[in-house]
Structures are given as C-alpha cells and as structure tokens.
Design a protein around this ligand. Sequence first.
Ligand SMILES: C[S@@+](CC[C@H](N)C(=O)[O-])C[C@H]1O[C@@H](n2cnc3c(N)ncnc32)[C@H](O)[C@@H]1O
Length: 161
Amino acid sequence: MSRLDSVIRRLEAQRACLNRAAELVRGIDGAVIELGLGNGRTYDHLRELFSERDIYVCERQVAAHPDCIPPADRLLLGDMFETLPAARFLIGHVALAHFDAGTGDAAANLNLAAGLRPLIVALLCDGGVLATQQAMDGPDLVLMPLPEGVAEGRYHLYRRV
Ligand SMILES: C[S@@+](CC[C@H](N)C(=O)[O-])C[C@H]1O[C@@H](n2cnc3c(N)ncnc32)[C@H](O)[C@@H]1O
C-alpha cells in the first residue's frame, strides 16, 4: 500500500468512526470534547455532527485553520495533563471524547494515550463514548464494533460502563 493510500484509509476510518460515534451517543446528554485540535479537521467535522452540543477543545498551542478555531470559552489551552484535571465542570458530563493527539511516533502515542486515559475516562458520562486511534482498553470501557470497512485496530470506539 502506498503512503498516499495509507493516509486516505486512515482519514476515511477516522471519519467513519466519528460518524458512528455520533450515532452511538444519540440520546445521551452531554458535551463533546476534541483532544488535540491540530489543524482543526476533525473539530470541524464534529461541529457538523454536533451542531446542538457544546464542543470543548484541548490544545497545547493553537495553529488551526482560522475557520476552525474554537471560541475562547470552549478552548482548554495548555497541556492536557494540566487542563483536563482543572476542567472539573466537565467531569462525568462528556458524551463523546475524541482523542487525536498523536504524532508519527507510535511508541510515544501509546505512552501519551496510557497517561491520559484515566483523565479522559473520568470525563465520560455513563454510556459516553471514546473514539481514539490508540487502544485504551480497561475494565471501565467496552470496545464497540467498528463501522464496516474499517480494519480492526485502525481505530477504537469504546463505551463507558
Ligand atoms: C494529530 S494533531 C490533531 C489533528 C486534528 N484532530 C485534526 O484533525 O486536524 C495532534 C494535536 O494534539 C496536540 N497535543 C499533543 N499532545 C498534547 C498535550 N499533552 N496537551 C495538549 N495538546 C496536545 C498537538 O499540539 C497537536 O496539535
């Protein structure tokens, strides 16, 4: 598979999983949180999917497309290891968390995901969903089936129990 094919598949899988996550949280009250704004691609998609919900965004340093910069009162600016525990108002009130804070370094991504996992799980309400490229298995999260066409392990959808 060429690198171009690989990028296309990754982005298609990401979009399909966000669309599925939106279905999974239909009927569950709560905010949405984007963990890693980057250039704002997935934040923009979440805005389309969740026009009625509050969408919070975590980012260390904003460098997104100007159209994709969240309002100041929805931006948790700084390192997530500090901003997530400080956002006490969100604890137990998030219906969907999307974790997309990785880089090209797979080992570093797994470490980051493992370190942030407890902080992210604490945000989720009962039945809330976590969408993440990195696995975040554990007793408080049940793995949900992926949309058709998304290879096992390429993305992960979990429901908080
Ligand atoms: C892969 S990019 C996000 C891509 C984005 N979801 C998109 O679709 O455009 C990862 C982002 O996570 C941010 N990030 C990584 N670790 C972080 C941390 N510990 N705290 C806050 N932001 C972090 C980086 O600054 C980077 O902008």
